[in-house]
Design a protein around this ligand. Structure first.
Ligand SMILES: C[S@@+](CC[C@H](N)C(=O)[O-])C[C@H]1O[C@@H](n2cnc3c(N)ncnc32)[C@H](O)[C@@H]1O
Length: 255
């Protein structure tokens, strides 16, 4: 499952380039180098490339409640590729629990919440908790899809029930901005267009493995119909080009 997840979600180099620009902008007011915290880090989608942002980040702390994801992150991390300055520490647990929050501590110039806010029952308290980990001039980088952005992803046309499930739990831009504002942060919004090219066989096999949780929630019957239609519609192609827009809200501590 984690292997499928990584293949599906990992950032390609051009995508990371764009996020690295946003990260630098998020920490521009901090005394550098600073420390970064990745909450719900998964297999290291952000935590690992953050270790390569040479001059600006001295330590990355990656937190996840899934041990399997943290094992994958550890395998993905290469101290050779990391900046001379940057160390990586992992913490296993739910960052909303007091004991885990205590272990995390504070004083982070950057807190990343990437594709995690839609999984949390009380997103407002998660954002407030994330803000408590910040140093005085630090910033949260929150990355997610809005319901509208999800609807524009082509693959959902084959799995309309999965789209409804995902739209239900994702938040609108206005609400995301409100959550960060309520945590006392000033906000800026950016949209990143992510692009991936997939060989058709790989593209189909990632769906066959039902890698996302919404695809695991729909009935086997509608999953199989969707998969058959997806296979048919891609049968004449060698590659599939996939675009998706992600909303990034940066919330900064007041100076
Ligand atoms: C959809 S994945 C996103 C992973 C990564 N941030 C990314 O952008 O690809 C969500 C991750 O958040 C973790 N997670 C969800 N709620 C959490 C919580 N309260 N504390 C720690 N980890 C959490 C899950 O275990 C999962 O690995």
């Amino acid at each position: 499952m984690v292997r499928d997840y990584l293949q599906y979600r990992g950032l390609t180099e051009p995508q990371w380039f764009e996020y690295a620009r946003l990260v630098r902008s998020a920490i521009r007011d901090c005394a550098l180098p600073t420390r970064a915290l990745d909450l719900g880090c998964g297999p290291g989608t952000f935590a690992v490339p953050l270790t390569t942002l040479t001059e600006s980040i001295s330590e990355v702390v990656a937190v996840d409640e899934s041990e399997e994801m943290l094992d994958q992150l550890t395998r993905n991390f290469s101290p050779v590729g990391a900046s001379r300055l940057t160390t990586l520490k992992t913490i296993h647990g739910d960052f909303l629990e007091d004991s885990v929050a205590t272990e995390i501590g504070g004083g982070f110039g950057l807190v990343v919440l990437s594709e995690v806010i839609h999984l949390i029952a009380s997103p407002r308290s998660a954002v407030a908790a994330a803000a408590r980990f910040l140093s005085p001039r630090g910033a949260i980088l929150l990355r997610t899809s809005t319901p509208e952005q999800l609807a524009a992803c082509e693959w959902y046309q084959f799995f309309p029930e999965a789209l409804l499930i995902d739209q239900e739990r994702h938040h609108r831009e206005h609400d995301l901005v409100g959550m960060l504002g309520d945590a006392g942060l000033t906000t800026e919004v950016a949209v990143v267009r992510e692009h991936r090219e997939w060989p058709v066989a790989e593209y189909v096999s990632k769906f066959r493995a039902r890698p996302t949780s919404s695809l695991r929630l729909i009935t086997p019957q509608s999953f199989n119909i969707g998969l058959a239609n997806l296979i048919e519609s891609t049968s004449s192609l060698t590659h599939v080009s996939q675009f998706r827009d992600m909303t990034v809200v940066i919330g900064r501590q007041a100076r």
